[in-house]
Design a binder for this molecule. Structure first.
Ligand SMILES: *Cc1c(COP(=O)(O)O)cnc(C)c1O
Length: 345
């Protein structure tokens, strides 16, 4: 293994004295009169500030995911975790990051907001495979982050754990693996080897398989050292109290496994059905809850679907996805409507 320099952390972040909340300063026993935070004393269910450390929720997620609570960051969607990666590790106007292409659009948006250059390394044309050597070769001494989304949005394929571990070992910076779709994948999660890689951040979300997109809850998992940096830089009350409570409840009651199993079965059915239709040139293999479908007339088919009240994602103008629509797997009934409409072309 190559010996690495210490993780680069922006000096202003490394030296940051974080905001101390009213509740941080008192760590004692049972108190019943809270006059420390200028809240309203009239109990209406939301008059108190939420737990800034989300302790109860972290404990629950730690058990669910098999990690320690001090390895978890909970954010207002994955978007918050993505932005924090730039703010913690990248010096605006100077540093850069490497990412695969095509991939999820938020990495480059967050990079642009933070004035960080993105070096995009195209995936293989034939099968959207990843070249570890090309990704590593794109990095220089100012490359702080390496972004790999697996399963990748919008291509749908997952990368092997061995490729991702190779990147973690050889890259002299932080490897961010976005596993928003991991629940639908047959590849092993990077979480299973998180303890071996102090320079890895794994992003997950409750927005997809868990069915809680409306609640806005994203997760980052990392070494305790990196998780502590996230905790310092985030807004103190970034996850509101109703969300913390609602998520805690739904993690125990949502039929997650049954929904994932049905979506995966429907994905295979939809893929087979679409593949057989005349206007479909190719359905790419998917480890996610969507299919990237190459068709003869993407803009025409997109418009036809809209006429029928069906919205999919037109990826025809995305580099590397020319001719493609991205179709989320719906309920069995919805998928049958899609197949019927696409079949009419
Ligand atoms: C949908 C998605 C997310 C989830 O974002 P949230 O802000 O948590 O809703 C993250 N990464 C990728 C690649 C996605 O497609």
């Amino acid at each position: 293994m190559t010996t690495k320099k210490d993780l680069y952390i922006r000096p202003n972040i490394a030296q940051l004295e974080p905001y101390s909340t009213a509740r941080d300063e008192y760590k004692g026993g049972d108190m019943s009169i809270w006059l420390d935070a200028n809240e309203s004393p009239y109990d209406n269910g939301v008059n108190r500030y939420p737990d800034p450390h989300q302790k109860a929720l972290k404990q629950q997620i730690a058990e669910l995911k098999g990690v320690a609570p001090n390895q978890i960051f909970i954010g207002n969607g994955s978007d918050e975790a993505i932005d924090l990666c730039f703010r913690i590790f990248c010096e605006p106007g100077r540093d850069n990051v490497v990412s695969i292409s095509p991939t999820y659009g938020m990495y480059s948006v967050a990079a642009a907001i933070n004035n960080i250059a993105v070096r995009e390394v195209p995936l293989a044309e034939a099968d959207y495979g990843l070249s570890t050597s090309s990704l590593l070769a794109a990095a220089d001494e100012h490359t702080r982050l390496l972004w790999v989304c697996s399963p990748n949005n919008p291509t749908g394929n997952a990368f092997s754990l061995s490729q991702l571990e190779e990147l973690a070992e050889k890259f002299d910076g932080v490897l961010v693996v976005d596993e928003a779709y991991a629940d639908f994948s047959s590849e092993k999660s990077m979480l299973t080897v998180l303890g071996d890689h102090p320079n890895v951040v794994v992003l997950q979300t409750l927005s997809k398989a868990w069915g809680m997109a409306g609640l806005r809850l994203g997760l980052a998992f990392a070494s305790p050292r990196i998780a502590e940096l996230f905790a310092r830089v985030k807004y103190p009350y970034n996850v509101n109290a109703p969300t913390q409570q609602e998520v805690a409840h739904r993690l125990q009651t949502e039929p997650h496994d049954a929904h994932v199993a049905e979506v995966c079965a429907e994905r295979e059915w939809l893929s087979e059905q679409l593949s057989a239709l005349p206007c479909v040139e190719r359905v790419f293999p998917s480890d996610a809850n969507f299919l990237l479908v190459k068709v003869t007339d993407p803009d025409g088919l997109y418009a036809r679907l809209v006429e029928k009240g069906i919205i999919v994602r037109n990826r025809n103008r995305v580099k590397g996805c020319e001719g493609c629509l991205r179709i989320t797997v719906g309920t069995p009934e919805q998928n049958r409507v899609v197949v019927r409409v696409v079949g009419e072309r």
